[in-house]
Design a protein around this ligand. Structure first.
Ligand code: ADP
Length: 243
């Protein structure tokens, strides 16, 4: 009995620590784009930047990039709280999944942080019945991770094929992979693969937890296969998911 009590207290302490870390990380990350945007806008307001076309363009592009970053972070935070609330429901509609993936690919290709090769092999039914916004977020999260965790360039292949009563969507990268011992944890809330030598890749350990919730809410499944040649995330969705 005593041991259970100690265990529960430790468990709660661990959760409290995780929560505190999360809040301090996220506050720091939210403050940076706000401060940068403010500096850019105030520069234009008070320091004659508007008389210099080149500088104006630079400041505007900084402000716009930082606001985009901020918006992506806020969306992430809102997604966590929304999908965990008891009255969270999907809003399924019929849409063309192939077109959705093509538009995601086009938007990713203009990202310039590293060479990205993204290919789509779409052999499945194109019209699906699902929550378009959340499915979009799911695909973006997986592509984002593939880009974020790979070295200086990345090749991503997206495959979609029909399976009995549904479709299978795989997103494969040639990044560093995830060690076998951590693969069972990657969908846990706040879990990040420990990497003591590299703190450069930022994150909160929430993306894959969100992805799994959304896929399961659609009545689907998600699995991972990974080794040191890369990772592959495999989603199975019934085309007319029981919602
Ligand atoms: P975040 O990226 O914010 O840390 P995620 O929930 O999206 O959180 O991912 C959990 C962890 O799984 C990441 O911290 C990373 O260690 C690992 N991971 C996820 N996707 C990949 C990938 N494509 N390649 C290598 N590692 C990955």
């Amino acid at each position: 009995m005593y041991r259970i009590y100690v265990y529960l207290i430790l468990q709660q302490k661990k959760l409290a620590d995780i929560k505190n870390d999360f809040i301090s990380n996220i506050s720091h990350e939210l403050k940076t784009p706000i401060a940068t945007t403010l500096a850019a806008v105030q520069g234009m307001q008070y320091f004659d930047v508007l008389k210099d076309d080149k500088k104006t363009e630079q400041y505007l592009s900084t402000a716009s990039n930082e606001l985009e970053r901020l918006s992506a972070m806020v969306t992430k935070i809102l997604n966590i709280s929304i999908f965990e609330s008891a009255d969270f429901t999907l809003n399924p509609t019929e849409f063309n999944l192939k077109e959705l993936i093509e538009s995601i690919i086009a938007s990713q290709e203009i990202r310039q942080e590293k060479p990205i090769s993204l290919t789509l092999n779409y052999l499945a039914a194109e019209t699906v019945f699902a929550d378009k916004t959340h499915l979009y977020n799911v695909i973006i999260n997986l592509i984002d991770n593939a880009i974020k965790y790979s070295a200086d360039k990345v090749t991503i292949s997206i495959d979609c094929m029909n399976i009995p009563k549904g479709i299978k969507l795989s997103i494969q990268d040639d990044g560093p992979g995830i060690a076998q011992e951590y693969q069972k944890n990657v969908f846990d809330k706040f879990f990040r693969v420990p990497n003591p030598n590299d703190h450069s890749v930022k994150g909160y350990g929430l993306g894959l937890n969100y992805v799994k919730h959304i896929i399961e809410k659609h009545g689907g499944t998600i699995a991972i296969k990974s080794d040191d040649t890369g990772s592959i995330f495999i989603i199975k969705l019934s085309q007319y998911a029981p919602l």
